[in-house]
Write a protein that binds this ligand. Structure first.
Ligand SMILES: Nc1nc2c(c(=O)[nH]1)N[C@H]1C(S)=C(S)[C@@H](COP(=O)(O)O)O[C@H]1N2
Ligand SMILES: [Mo]
Length: 353
């Protein structure tokens, strides 16, 4: 059930309780190419399951010629790749929607870039030989709970075609160490370019199905205008730039103070649908081109910077990215019922002294 709260009503206690479980990445963490594990954002719908890696098995079932049951050692002995990937929660920016859905009240911090190691999913799908007529692959996590009064394990599906993409991994390491419990130990799906909900943690079952999957976590991620609107499914990450807030903050308001002179504004930009083509920095609404660096990898963030000639006064800084298809960030939140995909332009209030 969707419950809406307007901005004027403030954050509810249940939202605050979610926010203390599921933390974001401090934006100054964008200074690191690879986000340290404890700084990477977290989104855990239910509880972190306790899994004994010695008895854990991954089962591959359904519309296949050959079902598989793999131990962690079996998976670790398969061909491995390591890639940096920027993950973002589809609910990032939710707090800027008005009214907003009562859910994890993200500001802008539901991001992180980790170096993930795993074996390509398609190798396993090739090995089990998918039957004709299969349409999707359903990924099931070991975590279980209630959402919208329905008890279920966390589950998401992906189309068969999408599953053939080489960058999709069954990942068992993050930043060179075994996955920590909160990020999906012992194995998670990692779908680069897609919002985070697709990357199922604590993976224990992969089922190939002949009908589209309609489970609760599949239905929950849609861009709907109201509860009767089927909406489009939430899929790939919308283009976004964020800056490291410059200078020093006020503890509570986070308002920034910087010294007059040349101020280096830095940040990151990413997009799940096309390469990032440009980033601009706004100073009181006047846009200037930032210097855009290279992406760390195909599905990881770009570095950008801008040298701001700052004179004493009060300013509103902003930044926006544009992708190679010409998509850019909106000036008003792209409102939808569940508060998804809000890539509104970031604004940072700064006092120059
Ligand atoms: N099994 C399971 N997988 C899950 C989730 C979950 O609650 N359970 N949350 C999803 C969501 S909504 C996001 S944004 C990402 C977050 O991944 P992270 O916590 O490793 O950053 O995991 C996804 N995978
Ligand atoms: Mo998410």
């Amino acid at each position: 059930m969707t419950e809406l709260v307007s901005r004027a009503q403030g954050v509810r206690f249940d939202e605050l309780a979610l926010a203390t479980r599921n933390h974001g990445m401090q934006l100054e963490g964008m200074r690191y190419d690879i986000t340290p594990i404890g700084m990477h954002y977290l989104l855990i719908h239910f509880d972190i399951p306790a899994i004994d890696p010695s008895t854990w098995r991954l089962r591959v079932t359904g519309s296949v010629e050959r079902e598989l049951e793999l131990s962690l050692d079996d998976i670790r002995s398969r061909p491995a790749t390591t890639i940096p990937v920027t993950l973002e929660c589809a609910g990032n920016g939710r707090i800027g929607m008005d009214p907003r859905n009562v859910s994890q009240p993200w500001g802008l911090e539901a991001i992180g870039t980790a170096s993930w190691t795993g074996t390509p999913l398609r190798g396993i799908l090739d090995e089990c030989r998918i039957r004709d007529g299969a349409v999707e692959v359903v990924f099931t996590g070991a975590d279980r709970g209630f959402q919208d009064n329905v008890e279920h394990n966390y589950q998401r599906s992906l189309g068969i075609g999408e599953c053939g993409r080489p960058e999709i991994l069954l990942a068992y390491e993050m930043n060179g160490v075994p996955l920590p419990p909160q990020h999906g130990f012992p194995l998670r799906l990692l779908v680069p370019g897609w919002y985070g909900m697709t990357s199922v943690k604590w993976l224990r079952n992969i089922e190939i199905v002949d009908q589209p999957f309609t489970g609760i976590q599949q239905a929950a991620y849609r861009y709907q205008q109201d509860s009767d609107d089927p909406g489009l499914p939430v899929s790939r990450i919308r283009v976004r730039a964020l800056m490291v807030p410059p200078g020093i903050p006020d503890f509570q308001s986070r308002r920034r103070t910087v010294e007059a002179g040349t101020v280096g504004i830095r940040g990151r930009a990413w997009c799940g649908t096309a390469p990032v083509a440009g980033v601009e920095v706004g100073v009181d609404g006047v846009w200037h081109d930032a210097r855009l660096g290279h992406a760390l990898a195909e599905f990881a963030w770009y570095r950008w910077s801008y040298a701001w000639d700052a004179h004493p006064g009060e300013y509103l800084l902003s930044c926006r990215a544009t992708d190679a298809d010409g998509n850019t960030q909106p000036t008003a939140p792209p409102w939808n019922l569940l508060g998804m995909g809000n890539n509104l332009i970031q604004e940072v209030a700064v006092t120059v002294r």
